[in-house]
Every structure is written in C-alpha cells, then in structure tokens.
Design a binder for this molecule. Structure first.
Ligand SMILES: Cc1ncc(COP(=O)(O)O)c(C=O)c1O
Length: 393
C-alpha cells in the first residue's frame, strides 16, 4: 500500500471526528488543544479498533500449525508489506521493534562490529539523541572517531559547509535527521545523502518526526536505513525501520540461537507486539484515507504560515528556528519558542491552564539546545501541530 496517492484537501472537521481524544474538553467546555504532536500523535478510531480487534480475535505466537498462529503470521507479513509501502522499501527490509530508540541501538551495536580504529562516524547537532548516541557508542566500542556537523545560529538549519568538512574517505556512517523534532527544520536530505554516498559512507536517517508530516522513500533518497515510530503517525507505540537488505543480511544481530536467521526476522528479537502491528497497518490506511501526505502537507503549510505570522506579532515571543513564512516548506509545523525572560516550564504551565498542551525542555534533542546555549535555562516551549489541528483547536 503506497501513501503517495492523494487528494489535495480534506475536511478537517470530519478528520477530527475520527479521533476520540480530540473530543475531550476542559472544565470550561472548550476542547483541549493537543499541541504536542511531535511528542506523539492522537489515535483515530480505526487504529484503536484494529488493535482491539486483533486482541479480541486471540493471541498466539508465530509459526504454529494451527489457524490462530497462521493469522498472526499473516498480520506480521501484512505489516511488513504496509511498512514497505510507507517507507519506500521492500517488505523484507522492514524491521519492527519496541520503538525507534531500541531499533537504532540494536543496529548500531552490530554496525560497531564492522568498525575499526581510524574509521569515523558523523553525527549532527540537529538530531534527537536516538540518532546520535547509538552511533557514538558504536564508535566508542570500536575505537573509531566521532565528527560533528554543526547548526547555523540564525535559523537553526544544518550548516552545510560544516557537513562537507566532516566527510572524508574515513567516514563509515553519517547519521542525519529528516526533520528536527525540536525546531522543525527539514534538512535537504537527498542532497546530503548524495554527498555522504560520494565518500562511500552509510547513511542512517531519523524519520521519526518527519513521518508525521511527509512521505518517506528510502530507495529514492538512496540512504541505508530510516527509523520511524508509528505512535508519531497516528498508530500505536511501536518502532519501525527500513534497512537495506544487504545490511540486514551481512551485519550480525545480537539474537538468540533458536530464532530464525532469515531477513528480516533475525532482527525482530523475541515476541513482537502483534496488536501494534495491526494498529500500524490501520494507521497507514488512515493516512491514505485522508488523501496522503500531499493533503496533509497542504493543510499543515496553512497552519505553519498562520503560526509564524501570529507569533511575530506577540511582544517578547522569540521563535528558535526558521521564521519567515516564505520558507515554510523547509520546516514542519513544530515550533520552539521562548517568551521574554519566562522559564519555558512557566510558559508551558500558563498555556496548560488555558487548555493548550505543549512540552517544554529539550525533548531529547539535547545537542541543539546545548549548542544554542539554552540547555541550562530550560530549553524552549515546543508547540507542535499536525494535520488534525485547526487555527482554533
Ligand atoms: C526525531 C525523533 N527521533 C527519535 C525519537 C525516539 O523515538 P522512540 O520514542 O520511538 O524511541 C523521537 C521521539 O520523540 C523523535 O522525535
């Protein structure tokens, strides 16, 4: 199932009616504003039903010679097919796991065994720690070096000259985000992957934030792996990665002996969350049903422009990141702000009293806040929207 077919608009009221949590209201009768979409999306009824129906139909482990077990085998196979359509890869290149962090740690441990002293790994100051620390640990264990790509002070985009400077024939892997969960920046991934590939490096993409807003196509981008988390794109808590088959076959996973050595099973250690896989299939169908990412991006673009125009008029509010509405296509509708000298936690608490839920702090994107000198003063308030938001809710 591909998510690239589309309509260009959707009825946002009808979309919101599909999410039970969006009907929740505060003591004043006004709907809550769930402005922490980057922390996790709300769940449509169809996904909730898919998880519940899978559990109601019966639980079983895989590869048994009885019908319930065969049903579970079918769910797993279908989840791989749906994941392949979503991520632009083949079904046997999709790996499920507990969450994106666990999957990246899992893969990085095996990658470490391929490294040698003198090799280099490149990470960025824009990335969530889930696509930084696993590769640093891998390098540390192998005696390899780590090189950092910087961000620009003015608009918190990746510094492309810094990127170029870190690459060399010693670079074995570049870890790069498709979109920042902290400030919303969308780096020019296709071009950066091309440059990394030119020096023969592997490329690990973090698509966790991006997957809520735009379509991913691993093969078209030309990278080697991309991590996502279905709970960020309207599905249940789970991790889902696409990894090039050749790596899944050649890297040695940390796994148990009786577990299958087939690709990708050898990477899916232990018993998986079959009900979450059923929910993930439903989440991907849900995205198709609203018109795919073309429709989603068009709606989010409108929200982002409105937000940027509005925040510019609030005295004392400072946006950290790309601020000009003309550059809205270079970012997601995720905004980091500071208000005057107020601590971000105070701002977030004041918004919560008005029924607007935001997160404050560094959201695990610690490098970027450290780099901007904001880590010790509370980071920023993150206001994050997705396609089910309106200008009022
Ligand atoms: C950009 C980004 N990468 C990685 C992660 C980690 O994902 P998970 O919670 O599935 O481990 C997050 C979670 O917030 C994220 O926003």
């Amino acid at each position: 199932m591909t998510i690239r077919q589309t309509a260009t608009t959707f009825d946002v009221t009808a979309v919101r009616a599909r999410f039970p949590a969006l009907a929740r209201v505060g003591a004043d009768g006004r709907p809550f504003v769930w402005a922490d979409a980057p922390g996790g999306s709300q769940t449509p009824e169809s996904v909730i039903d898919a998880v519940a129906n899978r559990m109601a139909a019966g639980a079983s482990n895989t590869h048994g010679v009885f019908p319930l077990s065969e049903e579970i085998d079918d769910v797993i196979a279908e989840a791989h097919r749906a994941g392949a359509g979503f991520l632009g890869c083949d079904p046997d290149e999709v790996v499920f796991g507990q969450n994106a962090t666990s999957l990246l740690l899992h893969l990085s441990r095996s990658f470490s065994r391929t490294l040698e002293p003198g090799d280099e790994v490149v990470v960025t100051r824009l990335d969530h720690d889930a696509n930084v620390r696993p590769w640093i640990l891998a390098a540390r264990d192998a005696g390899a070096a780590v090189r950092w790509v910087d961000v620009r002070d003015d608009d918190v985009t990746l510094d492309l000259e810094s990127f170029e400077r870190q690459l060399s024939e010693r670079t074995r892997l570049v870890a790069l985000t498709l979109a920042s969960n902290a400030v919303g920046t969308i780096p020019p991934a296709t071009e950066l992957v091309r440059r990394a590939k030119a020096v023969g490096a592997l490329v690990a993409l973090d698509g966790v934030h991006f997957a809520q807003h735009r379509a991913i196509d691993l093969h078209a981008i030309g990278a080697d792996m991309v991590a996502t988390s279905p709970y960020k794109f309207f599905g249940p808590h789970l991790g889902m990665m696409a990894v090039r088959r050749e790596l899944l076959a050649s890297w040695e996973p940390y796994k148990l002996r009786p577990a299958s050595d087939a690709v990708p099973d050898r990477w899916e250690t232990g018993t998986q969350s079959h009900e979450s896989m059923a929910g993930t299939i439903a989440a991907i169908r849900y995205i198709v049903s609203v018109g795919g990412f073309e429709a989603i991006a068009a709606h989010e673009r409108m929200l982002a422009i409105r937000f940027l125009e509005g925040i510019a008029r609030i005295p004392g509010a400072r946006l950290i990141g790309i601020g000009h509405p003309d550059r809205v296509d270079e970012r997601t509708p995720t905004f980091a702000i500071r208000v005057g000298s107020q601590h971000p936690k105070e701002t977030s608490a004041a918004l919560a009293r008005r029924g607007i839920f935001t997160w404050d702090g560094h959201y695990y994107a610690i490098e970027v806040f450290d780099r901007l000198g904001l880590l010790d003063t509370g980071g920023a308030v993150r206001v994050g929207f997705c396609h089910y938001h309106t200008c009022a809710s």
